[in-house]
Structures are given as structure tokens and as C-alpha cells.
Design a protein around this ligand. Structure first.
Ligand code: PRP
Ligand code: URA
Length: 209
């Protein structure tokens, strides 16, 4: 089973509450999604390897550490995953960004792929998949399967709100993929929405409904 990391940091929990509020505007929603992603990025990047270097300070030589050059790629699932890219990139500006376009068929709830553009060297990068919602888990599982087909090996999945069902499905189908989220909600409604969740993340980010 996957490792599941639920962020309990007070800043993240506070911002998630604001994000859930139906009265939060799209502008505020975008800002909050970006801020939460940045805070999550701190933990998600915890295992980036370091190497020792010597740096000349104004008063001597410091044996100190820098990131060893391990390559990272952020892969948002379009479109709602886009809302998490800026926050992550503000921590790791040198990371590459790939895009996977999936939407859920409203009848079957099955993901339908419509776009994919990944860095050429995706097989040599650690990959962080970004999507605010892990509902049935169908989109996440498809995206991970696709990334593995392209050679990606070390994959993490980062979302804002997960459902129990989504966590179960992703960790059963891809037990090697660590799951990072700020909340695990109880259930899905008949339309496949997370309850209480935050509604349709894409629509709330981009003001399309
Ligand atoms: C949402 C969300 C996930 C997916 C989660 O995207 O951003 O990608 O649903 O649901 P699942 O776990 O049941 O697959 P949606 O299909 O609404 O597309 P959008 O991002 O373009 O709005
Ligand atoms: N997609 C969303 O945007 N919200 C949900 O609750 C479920 C899927």
C-alpha cells in the first residue's frame, strides 16, 4: 500500500477551510491553492538528495550542502492541476513541467485523455503529479500509468483533498506512489464529487460555472 501523508500543519488546515467555503471567490481560490501547494512542496521535496560543497563566506570557508542536481518534474493533470504549479515552482524553479490532459466523462466518471506533453527525459526525473482532487482515483491512476509507460519510476501524487475511495484505489493500483494531501474526506456523492470536498476544483479555479 502507498505511504499516505496528510498535512496537519495549521497554516495548511486554515487555508483548506477557506478553500472549501462556497463563498470564496475564484481569485481567492487561485491564491489559496497556490499558497497551499507551496507549503506542501516543502514536505514533498524533503528527500531531495544533497551534496557537500565548500562556500567562501566573508569570514572563512563553510563546508555546506546544496541540492545534488537530482532532476524533478511537476506534472499537473489538466486543467485543475494547473492551480498547483506556481506554488511548487516557487520552491523549485528549475523543475520541468509536463502536462497530462484528462477530463472525467460525466456519465461513466471514467477519465478521457486529450493532451500529453512530457519532458523528453521524464524517465530520469523524479515526478510529482499535481491535481487538487483525488475522487474515484480514476484520473490519478491513469496519469500514473501513463507516466510509468514513459519510463517514470519515482512518482508522488499531491492533491489538496482526497476521498477514502480515491486513496484506496490509487494505493492499490500503484502502491509505489506516495500520496500527499491535506484532507481525506468520507465519501463521494452520486455524481462522483467528494463530500464535503470543495466542489468542482477546475470551475472554482477558473470561474467557469
Ligand atoms: C477533476 C479533478 C481530477 C478529477 C478527479 O477534474 O481535477 O482530475 O476530476 O476525479 P477522479 O478521481 O474521479 O478521476 P475534471 O475531470 O473535473 O476536469 P477539469 O480539471 O478539467 O475540471
Ligand atoms: N473533481 C472535482 O473537481 N471535485 C470533486 O469533488 C471530484 C472530482
Amino acid at each position: 500500500m502507498s505511504e499516505v501523508f496528510v498535512f496537519d500543519h495549521p497554516l495548511i488546515q486554515h487555508k483548506i477551510s477557506l478553500l472549501r467555503d462556497k463563498n470564496t471567490s475564484s481569485k481567492e481560490f487561485r491564491e489559496l491553492a497556490s499558497e497551499i501547494s507551496m507549503l506542501m512542496g516543502y514536505e514533498v521535496t524533503r528527500d531531495i538528495p544533497l551534496k557537500e560543497v565548500e562556500i567562501e563566506t566573508p569570514v572563512g570557508t563553510a563546508k555546506t550542502k546544496i541540492i545534488s542536481g537530482k532532476k524533478l518534474a511537476f506534472v499537473p493533470i489538466l486543467r485543475a492541476g494547473l492551480g498547483m504549479v506556481d506554488g511548487m515552482l516557487s520552491l523549485v524553479p528549475m523543475a520541468r513541467v509536463g502536462h497530462i490532459g484528462l477530463y472525467r466523462d460525466p456519465e461513466t466518471l471514467e477519465p478521457v485523455e486529450y493532451y500529453c506533453k512530457l519532458p523528453d527525459d521524464i524517465a530520469n526525473r523524479d515526478v510529482v503529479v499535481l491535481d487538487p482532487m483525488l475522487a474515484t482515483g480514476g484520473s490519478a491512476c491513469d496519469a500514473v500509468r501513463f507516466l510509468k509507460k514513459h519510463g517514470a519510476k519515482n512518482i508522488k501524487f499531491v492533491c489538496l483533498i482526497a476521498s477514502k475511495e480515491g486513496v484506496r484505489r490509487l494505493s492499490t493500483e500503484h502502491p509505489d506512489v506516495g500520496i500527499y494531501c491535506a484532507a481525506v474526506d468520507e465519501h463521494l456523492n452520486d455524481l462522483g464529487y467528494i463530500v464535503p470536498g470543495l466542489g468542482d476544483a477546475g470551475d472554482r479555479l477558473f470561474g467557469t460555472k
